[in-house]
Structures are given as structure tokens and as C-alpha cells.
Design a protein around this ligand. Structure first.
Ligand code: C2E
Ligand code: CA
Ligand code: CA
Length: 710
């Protein structure tokens, strides 16, 4: 069947009909794709072709108009007067097109099954040029209207959609597709979908694989990036399907483009949370691990040396405790920014915990010496630049860093990232042990030291307090040269490790929390000693005993209860006991610390601030807490009276103590010059130091300082 595409075909058809015999006419009319009705000039249907019969649901030429259900609207409210229209066509043959879309309903059907049609009449003249027939062409619009509805649906969709013809030219882009691509329908219609892919789409897989799955599986779907213009880029899922006829000839390609920028952003956010540090935006430990492993995997191929730099702020804990976490956080952010700016662009900078940063310098060089020089130069650059003054909330403070460097060879195997971090960490700790503010490159002997630390930890766990530990006492002298007080200093003699100085084991015992048990033991023994000496020698003047309290011990929930228990048990008078606390303790958890201190003071204990002046003291705690004594740190005493800065510091501490009515102990006094200077400044200060005595066992202390005074 051939479809009458335009008037000319109808006109030649009319000519054919005119010449045909009556019995042939039906056949000729039936060969049309569309419906045809031939009316006489009296408007009697002479011929209804099969298409028209099917559309109009009637073949009855006698009762044609009565049976016809033709409406102007789909809802069947307004019947279309076909007879009147045909009359008009007869009288105005030049105006024979009916512009309306009409709806035909089958006699036994409802509106849903209405078929849209368009009518056009062709007057037919006989040889004498008289109008004797009217041919009506009925065009079924179902498919066209369906396509339009589909297009409207497509346009209503938020997803971009396009349909191509068999050659791949984009014939139907929907509204969203035009909007996403920034291309108008005309521009798109001149393009195949492949032209468009090449122009705007960045695939995550090779182009060939897309084509392959399209041709073999009939569809492809994947994440892409669309660059509609240089400033309009977004992430999307693109699905392309191929439609074929039953002979597998391509008919159309259909594309659907879904903007997934939101999902993509959410996913990046999740990734950011999982792999990045919230505070500084740097990588976190997990990401460092991943990248280290990936680097290790590449090493055999690249044969390059790689370095891991570990960096830790000096004294950050004190700063954080004394100035508060908000300022600590700000400092970390500043430091993170500085590190980022100082290292090569391809280096990974991570924040591990607190104030610990790691920098992975990937594949520096194949030459070992060159790699070492480059890594060390970065490390020194970092150390130098970070040793600086930082202004935070109108406060300027100084900070420095300890840097550990670990350089690794290309022949390492995977799964060792933990160990590598451990080595860099040991190097960093060594830099810290050496006084901080320096760079230290890993040496294998550090593993030995770490092993010793572990041994010490184990030894502390199994230590027999009464057998291995001993209290030493160091006198605090008044202006008349009398030992009116003594600081208790702990000594550890381990059966195999030998003598271990407190500066070495106390931090480990704090880390492992054994300090709680040890500290309690110290207090117990010191209380007994204090009671005994005061009973024997304290009639005229009490002998005060100062005990160091570790922050870990102090922050234990039951600390005050334990102290009360010991007072009852030992029958000591708390008025002869001074508890030495560091500034950090007083500032952290202030409210809770305040309650504990008030409770202890109400029992009769005195509170001393140890190492005074070394913290970043806001000093506001001096106002809030009921304190009794300041201990000037040894570092300020060491260089007096020559160093004018230290002299000024000591003078101002003394002045402060005077206004706050606090007693003062100067510790670490080794020379007569130091003692003389201090005495000149303040008559009633107590002096503790090697000048008078090193810390000594109780018996010795008793002989030297208590019995002789009698
Ligand atoms: P600290 O509380 O600042 O103790 C003073 C330290 O200075 C003691 O070191 C003491 O021996 C030393 N010293 C005293 N006079 C001089 C001097 O003239 N010159 C020099 N160079 N040093 C002097 P030690 O005994 O090695 O203790 C070190 C630290 O260990 C103590 O510092 C304290 O923080 C801690 N510690 C000692 N015993 C205990 C304890 O029973 N409990 C707690 N929690 N910590 C303790
Ligand atoms: Ca002390
Ligand atoms: Ca001290």
C-alpha cells in the first residue's frame, strides 16, 4: 500500500478513479493507506474504502450519516456536522481542508477508544467541468498524536532524552536534553549521537567498549561527565539503547541522561568523611595507609625511593590544655596550611591524631643519595618554617615541630605500611627526645630503644612496688638554712633494667596508666613518713612533705576518695602535706578540677603549682583556685642572675606570688649566686636544689637535715 503523501498523489489518484470502471474503483481506493470516501454531489456516499470503513465503523452507504459518530472533541460533547461541512466544501471548493482534529468513536465503544482524524475534501469535476463528486481523505492521526504525547511526556521528564534515526542523527531531543547540553533542537538535529558524545561527554571507559556493548548487547550505561560549556560541567549517568527491527536492522538509538551531581556530591562527601580529616581537610590515617600500600605496589616497577616524614608539634598538649581546644584547633589548621604550601604538589599530607602529621613523598628519585637529600631538605624546610610565631585570637604564641624522616628502598613488599609509619614515628620521637624543634632521620638502633620502652612497660606491669621502688627526699631550705620541707621524688631500681630515672619511666607509666597504682603507693609511703617525722621532729615547726601528682592520677574519678582513705589509714595530718600539680591539670576540666581542689583544701592539704611558667598560662585559674604555692621551674633558675630575660621572668613571678599571697619555691638551684640573687628578691622563699642536696633516701635525709637541726 502506498501512502498518499501529498495532494499530487491524491490528484493522480482522482484521475485514476475517474478513468476506472465502477468495479475497479473500490480496488483502487482500497490500495490507499488512508481512508477515502467518495460522495456524490448530492452527498451520498458512493464508495467507502476499507480503511475508512475500519475507521468509521460503517460500510453502510444508505444510513451513512446516521451511523457516523464523529465529534469535535474527544469528550464527545459536540458532534461534528459532516454534512454541513461537505456542503460548504461543495460551495467553496477552494477551502476544503478541515482544520479541526475530529474524533471518531465506534458505535459500541466509549471515548477512550476514540480515534483522532483529519479530513480534507477534493472536489471532482466531470469532463464538462461540472462538480459531480467529492472525495474525502481521512487521515488517521493516532500515531502522530501518540508521538506528540510521547514527546510531551519526554519534555516533562527531568531526565535528558533523545531519539535518533537509523543513521544515528538526533531527531527528537527532549527539552531537558537541550537544557543539559545547552544545544538547541536544530543544532542537535544536525548531529549524530556519536558527534555529541565526542563533543561533550567524558567517558570513564574507552569509547570502543561503549560501542561494543551497544552493538552486542543493545545497550550501554555508565557514569560520564558532561561539559556543556567550559563553566557548566556535571556528572551524569548516560544510558544508550539500540532499537532494531525483527531483521536486526537498526531503527533508532535512544539515550537517557540523568544528572547525578547530587549523588556524586553526596558520594564525595562520604569519601571526604572517610578519608579526610574534618578539621584540616588533610588526608587521614586511612588514606595514608591506602596510598602507602599503593606506593609499595608500584615500587618494583618504578625502582624509586620514597620517604615518609612524620611531624609533631612541640608542647602541643600543654598549649591545648592551657589555652583550650579552640585555639589548639586553630593552630593545627594554620600548621596544616603551612605544610601543604611547603611540600611538593604530589606529596600526600595527612593528619594522624592530634598534632601528628605525616607527609608521603612519593617516588622521589631512583638514586638513593639524591632521594635522601631531597627528603631531608623538605624535612628541614618544614622544621624551619614551622618554628614560628602564630597569632591566634589576638594572642601570639611560639610553636616548633619535631620531624622524623624514614626513607624506604624500592624492594619493600606490600602490607608493611604500618611498619613504615612506625619507623617514621620512632624517628620523630627521637627528634622530640633530643629536645624537639629538629629533624631526625630513622636509624635501626631506634627499634632497640622502642623495644626497651616496651620492656619497661612490661616491667612496670609486673613491678613489685615495695621491692623495686623507693622514695627519695630533697630538702627545701628557708632563709635561715633550715629544711622546713621536702619534695618526695620516686626512684625505681629494676632487677634487670637497673636504675631507671623518673623522667624515663613516668611518661610510660602515665601512658599505660600504671601511674595510678604507683602514685597511690607513693602517697601511702609519703604520708607515713610525714606523720613519723612530724611526730619526732615537728613540734616547733612542722616538716612539710610535697608529693608530685600526675595529671592521670588527679583526673581519676575516685582520686579524692582514695586520698581520704589514705589519710584515715595513715593518720597523717593533711596540713603538713603539699600536693604538686602542673598547670595543665588546673586548666583542663576546670570546674571538676576546682571541685576536687576545693575538697582537698577543705581537708587541710596545700596545693602547689609545679614547673610554674612553662605552660601557656592564661593565669586566670590563679583567681579561681585556692592555691598556696608556686614552684619556679628550673629552666628559669638555670641562667640567673646573668640572663636578663630570665631575671625578668623570675622577678615577675615573685611579684605575682606576692600579690596573690602565694608561697614560692625555687627549684634547681645549683649555685650560691643563684641562691643569693633569689634571697635578695624575696626573703621568705624556699630554695630546693643541688646547692643544698640531691634527692636522698629517707634515712639520710633524717640524719642530715632533721636530727642535726635538733
Ligand atoms: P620535678 O617534679 O620537677 O622534680 C624536680 C626534679 O629536678 C627532680 O628530678 C630533681 O631530682 C631534679 N633536681 C632537683 N634539684 C636539682 C638541681 O639543682 N639541678 C638539677 N639539674 N636537677 C635538680 P627527678 O627526681 O629525676 O624527677 C624528675 C621528674 O619526675 C619530676 O620533676 C617529676 O615530674 C617526676 N616525678 C618524680 N617523682 C614522682 C612521683 O612520685 N610521682 C610523679 N607523678 N612524678 C614524679
Ligand atoms: Ca615536683
Ligand atoms: Ca618541678
Amino acid at each position: 500500500m502506498k501512502a498518499p503523501q501529498h495532494n499530487r498523489e491524491i490528484i493522480s489518484l482522482i484521475a485514476e478513479l475517474n478513468q476506472a470502471h465502477h468495479y475497479q474503483k473500490q480496488q483502487i481506493a482500497d490500495s490507499f493507506e488512508d481512508g477515502l470516501i467518495l460522495f456524490s454531489s448530492a452527498l451520498h456516499p458512493r464508495l467507502i474504502n476499507t480503511q475508512a470503513q475500519a475507521l468509521l465503523h460503517t460500510a453502510d452507504t444508505d444510513h451513512f450519516f446516521e451511523q457516523l459518530k464523529l465529534y469535535s472533541q474527544k469528550r464527545q460533547t459536540k458532534r461534528f456536522d459532516l454534512q454541513a461541512w461537505l456542503q460548504r466544501c461543495l460551495h467553496h471548493p477552494q477551502d476544503c481542508t478541515c482544520d479541526e482534529v475530529l474524533w471518531i468513536t465506534a458505535p459500541d465503544q466509549n471515548v477512550k477508544s476514540s480515534v483522532p482524524v483529519k479530513l480534507r475534501a477534493y472536489p471532482i469535476r466531470n469532463r464538462q467541468q461540472q462538480l459531480d463528486n467529492l472525495l474525502v481523505h481521512i487521515k488517521d492521526l493516532s500515531i502522530q498524536i501518540q508521538a506528540e504525547a510521547q514527546m510531551r511526556l519526554m519534555d516533562a521528564s527531568y531526565a535528558g532524552q533523545f531519539i535518533t534515526n537509523a543513521q544515528g542523527y538526533i531527531t527528537q531531543p527532549n527539552y531537558a536534553f537541550c537544557a543539559y547540553t545547552g544545544l538547541n533542537p536544530d543544532a542537535l538535529k544536525g548531529m549524530t549521537y556519536i558527534d555529541w558524545l565526542k563533543k561533550q561527554v567524558t567517558l570513564k571507559v574507552p569509547f570502543g567498549s561503549v560501542m561494543e556493548s551497544l552493538l552486542h548487547e543493545g545497550c550501554w550505561s555508565g557514569e560520564v561527565q558532561i561539559s556543556a560549556s567550559s563553566d557548566a560541567q556535571f556528572h551524569a549517568v548516560l544510558s544508550v539503547s539500540m532499537l532494531t527491527d525483527k531483521n536486526r536492522n537498526i531503527e533508532h538509538f535512544i539515550g537517557v541522561l540523568q544528572d547525578i551531581t547530587d549523588i556524586h556530591e553526596a558520594r564525595s562527601e562520604i569519601e571526604r568523611l572517610a578519608y579526610y580529616d574534618k578539621l584540616t581537610g588533610l588526608a587521614n590515617r586511612a588514606l595514608l595507609h591506602n596510598q602507602l600500600e599503593a606506593t609499595l605496589e608500584n615500587l618494583p616497577a618504578s625502582q624509586s625511593h620514597t620517604a615518609l616524614i612524620m611531624l609533631d608539634l612541640d608542647g602541643f598538649k600543654i598549649l591545648n590544655d592551657t589555652l583550650g581546644h579552640a585555639i589548639g584547633d586553630q593552630l593545627l589548621i594554620l600548621v596544616a596550611q603551612k605544610i601543604k604550601a611547603l611540600v611538593p604538589a604530589d606529596a600526600l599530607v595527612a593528619r594522624l591524631d592530634g598534632d601528628e602529621f605525616a607527609i608521603l613523598l612519593k617516588e622521589i628519585s631512583q638514586d638513593a643519595e639524591e632521594a635522601q637529600q631531597s627528603a631531608l631538605s623538605t624535612a628541614y624546610k618544614l622544621q624551619d618554617a614551622l618554628d614560628d610565631r602564630y597569632t591566634l585570637r589576638n594572642r601570639t604564641l611560639h610553636c616548633s615541630v619535631s620531624v622524623g624522616v624514614y626513607l624506604f628502598e624500592p624492594d619493600l613488599s606490600q602490607g608493611q605500611s604500618d611498619q613504615l609509619i612506625g619507623y617514621a614515628n620512632l624517628a620523630m620521637h627521637e627528634a622530640k627526645n633530643l629536645g624537639g624543634n629538629q629533624v631526625f632521620q630513622f636509624e635501626s638502633r631506634l627499634c632497640e630503644t622502642a623495644k626497651q620502652r616496651l620492656e619497661m612497660l612490661q616491667a612496670l606491669n609486673h613491678s613489685e612496688l615495695d621491692q623495686e621502688f623507693q622514695l627519695y627526699f630533697q630538702p627545701q631550705m628557708n632563709a635561715r638554712g633550715e629544711a622546713v620541707a621536702a619534695e618526695v621524688l620516686l626512684r625505681w631500681f629494676h632487677p634487670s633494667l637497673g636504675f631507671v630515672p623518673p623522667n624515663e619511666f613516668i611518661p610510660i607509666a602515665e601512658e599505660g596508666r600504671q601511674i595510678i597504682k604507683i602514685g597511690l603507693w607513693v602517697m601511702h609511703k609519703a604520708f607515713i613518713q610525714a606523720r613519723a617525722w612530724n611526730e619526732t621532729y615537728g613540734q616547733q615547726q612542722p616538716i612539710r612533705i610535697s608529693i608530685n601528682i600526675s595529671p592521670i592520677q588527679f583526673h581519676e574519678q575516685s582520686f579524692v576518695e582514695l586520698v581520704i582513705g589514705l589519710v584515715k589509714f595513715t593518720q597523717v595530718d593533711p596540713h603538713v602535706i603539699t600536693l604538686e600539680l602542673t598547670e595543665g591539670v588546673l586548666i583542663r576540666n576546670t570546674l571538676l578540677a576546682l571541685q576536687k581542689i576545693q575538697h582537698l583544701v577543705s581537708l587541710g592539704f596545700q596545693i602547689s603549682i609545679d614547673d610554674f611558667g612553662t605552660g601557656y598560662s592564661s593565669l586566670s585559674y590563679l583567681q579561681k583556685l585556692p592555691l598556696h604555692e608556686l614552684k619556679i621551674d628550673q629552666s628559669f633558675i638555670r641562667h640567673i642572675p646573668d640572663n636578663t630575660d630570665d631575671v625578668a621572668i623570675v622577678e615577675s613571678i615573685l611579684k605575682l606570688a606576692q600579690t596573690k599571697h602565694l608561697a614560692v619555691v625555687a627549684e634547681g638551684v645549683e649555685t650560691q649566686a643563684q641562691a643569693d640573687f633569689l634571697r635578695q628578691q624575696c626573703d621568705d622563699l624556699l630554695i630546693q636544689g643541688y646547692l643544698y642536696s640531691k634527692p636522698i633516701p629517707a634515712i639520710e635525709f633524717e640524719e642530715k637535715f632533721l636530727q642535726r637541726a635538733q
